[in-house]
Design a protein around this ligand. Structure first.
Ligand SMILES: *Cc1c(COP(=O)(O)O)cnc(C)c1O
Length: 390
């Protein structure tokens, strides 16, 4: 059996896959098992922020794998404590709790918010308001947190205590908040929901309103974090500071990691045995993340992300059939004049462009290190594909 046949026979069918088995890659270029070349503008859904197999990242990860690959959370880890220190210094937040995925990071934030409120108020003050069109993960609780009805099927009963407000409306938020609200949780740019960039004034008003009521602000930076929007974290574009922030996808550069950070007010909420994970803070993964931070925080790196994002947007807007582009940094949603985004993405992949979708938008989350020539090539393939299919 070939790769596809084995997959179809032995792996549960939870994904609609492109008809390609990727075999290797370097930077923003991948090759499939037949040696066909692809330009990558997805980075595995915003994960490979330094592209495929960056030399420095490979070295950092392999060297750590040769030193100590795991030791359990009962021991101190140099890689994890250094990563935590750097993240706190870079953000002004106070402490980190490590996990393995975005959903797990969000579970952690939800637990911290509820425990803070339990300790300070009472057990009933446990509700969390999230936004319509949000996406927070696939566990039973993070599905409940996700503000889209399509995710609230089959797996009943879902975790209680979530309500949903329309994005960008402070009135909607006020009416969703009750005496029992302990936190508001949202993405600054709704990724899966269609690259919806929240309005800055709305976000600032929301934070001010929450502060007045001691309602915690949880920002899900799983997709927007680690340079994706042209700042290290998207909240830095909004001149606010969250109480809790979750990070995953890009921070590991391709290895599984999720983490939740909190500010000064929450730094002692969790105590031994209130939370834990076997794999979280894995030294190999943290070595990769430390290397990602070296690169993303290097002088000029984020300026380049912004410059490339702007260049990419101009290229996309020049394509016949592209109606509009929503973008911050290298997080890009492309609205087509007509046609189905998913079908178009399938055709793009056939033509050698790895691209994803979000609702009926085409979506690009290119590796942050993508070159200008590769952006040109990606735009050319998209243009050709739209022309062939209109
Ligand atoms: C991908 C994503 C998640 C879930 O992350 P996993 O690592 O798949 O669990 C949560 N929130 C946002 C905003 C995401 O984009």
């Amino acid at each position: 059996m070939n790769t596809k046949e084995k997959d179809l026979k032995y792996i549960m069918h939870t994904y609609g896959r492109y008809d390609v088995a990727l075999a290797k890659g370097k930077g923003a270029v991948a090759y499939d098992e037949n040696g066909k070349k692809y330009i990558d503008t997805a980075s595995g859904i915003g994960v490979n922020c330094l592209g495929f197999c960056d030399d420095g990242w490979v070295k950092a990860v392999s060297e750590q794998a040769g030193k100590i690959q795991h030791m359990s959370n009962y021991f101190y880890s140099e890689q994890a404590s250094t990563l935590a220190e750097r993240l706190c210094t870079l953000t002004g937040l106070s402490k980190v709790c490590f996990g393995n995925s975005g959903a797990e990071a969000n579970e952690c934030a939800i637990k911290i918010a509820r425990k803070y409120s339990f300790d300070k108020y009472d057990a009933d003050r446990n509700e969390i308001v999230t936004l319509r069109n949000s996406f927070h993960g696939r566990t039973v609780t993070t599905l409940a947190a996700t503000g889209q009805d399509v995710f609230h099927k089959y797996f009943f009963p879902f975790t209680e205590g979530f309500s949903y407000a329309e994005a960008d409306s402070i009135e909607a938020l006020r009416s969703a908040v009750t005496d029992k609200t302990c936190a508001v949780m949202f993405e600054l740019i709704q990724g899966e929901g269609g690259v919806n960039i929240l309005d800055k004034t709305y976000v600032q008003e929301l934070v001010k309103y929450c502060r007045e009521k001691d309602i915690l602000v949880i920002i899900d930076e799983v997709q927007t974090g680690v340079g994706r929007t042209g700042k290290l974290f998207a909240y830095q574009n909004y001149d606010i500071l969250p109480d809790l922030m979750t990070v995953a996808k890009g921070i590991g550069g391709g290895l599984p990691i999720g983490l939740c950070m909190c500010g000064e007010k929450l730094k002692d909420v969790m105590s031994p045995s209130t939370h834990g994970t076997t794999f979280g803070a894995n030294p190999v993964v943290c070595a990769g993340a430390n290397y990602v931070l070296d690169r993303v925080t290097a002088e000029g790196f984020l300026d380049e992300v912004n410059a490339k994002g702007k260049y990419l947007e101009e290229k996309l807007l020049a394509i016949d059939g592209v109606k509009s582009v929503r973008r911050m940094g290298l997080m890009v949603g492309i609205e087509l004049e007509s046609g189905n985004a998913h079908d178009m993405a399938v055709k793009c992949v056939e033509n050698g462009l790895i691209i994803i979708t979000a609702k009926n938008l085409m979506r690009m989350l290119p590796p942050l290190v993508i070159g200008y020539d590769e952006i040109d090539e990606a735009a050319n393939i998209l243009e050709k594909t739209i022309k062939e299919n209109n």
